[in-house]
Design a protein around this ligand. Sequence first.
Ligand SMILES: Nc1ncnc2c1ncn2[C@@H]1O[C@H](COP(=O)(O)OP(=O)(O)O)[C@@H](O)[C@H]1O
Ligand SMILES: [Mg+2]
Length: 392
Amino acid sequence: MSSINADKQQVKTLLPGSTIGILGGGQLGRMMANAGSAMGYRFIALDPVPDSPAGQVAEQIVAAYDDREAARELAKRSDVITYEFENVDAEVAKMLMDESHVPQGSELLYTTQHRLREKRAIQAAGVKVAPYREISSVDELREGVGAFGTPCVLKTAMGGYDGKGQWVIRSTDEIEEAYETLARAKVQLVLEQFIRFDKEISVIAARSPQGEIKTFPAAENIHVDNILHLSIVPARISEELQREAEQLAARIAEGLGAVGLIAVELFVTADGELFVNELAPRPHNSGHYTMEACRTSQFEQHVRAVCNLPLGDTTLMSPVVMVNVLGQHVEPLLSLMASSDESADRLKVAPKVHLYGKKDALVKRKMGHVNVLADNIEAALSWIEATTIWKV
Ligand SMILES: Nc1ncnc2c1ncn2[C@@H]1O[C@H](COP(=O)(O)OP(=O)(O)O)[C@@H](O)[C@H]1O
Ligand SMILES: [Mg+2]
């Protein structure tokens, strides 16, 4: 496709009534469809699992993500295509680009699918990442561990999530096992210096095809077993750092020519330095707090961006803590919902429950989240504690 065509494609405005096709039918697609349906858009999701989270609130094509015929059908039935995960098959992405309107393009996907490409692009935008090295042999790993010292983190360049595909090397004795284990994935490896961060935060930026950029307030993220547990907003860092983090995210969105959402995960060190950890070119778990706490949610913002509408105001309306609901939390949460919640009354918090319609509540599986709106963060955290739901 010529670049002139690409440019022409990019400035197409899609008004409500148009159909948005989503590659992927998980919770991110579901919440995107809910936000966009409220505005009058129609949705169709492609996902291999029948009655997927998005399929319950939109139309669904049941097929594998790399099924080209199905992707072609999605293109035919949609006015614009977006995606809810970054590991979109390159062939499918190319085909959709040729046959349909994909305002996000395939470049950003290509970049963010691979940690090395991603780090280079972040650096090219003038933003710092943790020092890293490309690793393609156990000798290079030995050398790298020598240079960074322990601990340091070995990661597969592609395909990792929720801490999978990485190994924290705590002693030189682990070098061989770490290499052999991760090399099985048959992709490039990256070694990163271990950042002794004080906090992890994230900022979600949105960019429209015309180059308008808006950022959401930074979220302070707390992980348990490598899975996001809490997002606390406002993040408990100085306002100056919050602003700086938003500016970095905007610079990355601009530098990478993003369209739609781009989530930026950062480390904050004790002396107030910011390092970008990784990016996601889509709605992000740490942005779910925006659904009730901001004037515009990340999902509405994404729909606005890909449809080339002006971006919405991202002002935070209330302090909020988002807590993820994993499989083991579903039952106690449902019982709490059916009873009167005295601690919510006492602490003056409003817990907003979101469940994704997944059938099997497997341990550690993301089933939903609760946005706890409160007058202050402490009250929201006290409510989470008082429920005892998240003790397991
Ligand atoms: N270089 C690093 N230094 C310190 N901690 C790290 C580093 N890289 C990753 N981590 C920790 O591991 C978590 C998961 O790593 P990340 O690269 O974000 O992979 P994933 O794709 O699994 O989210 C991070 O949120 C952070 O807590
Ligand atoms: Mg991450």
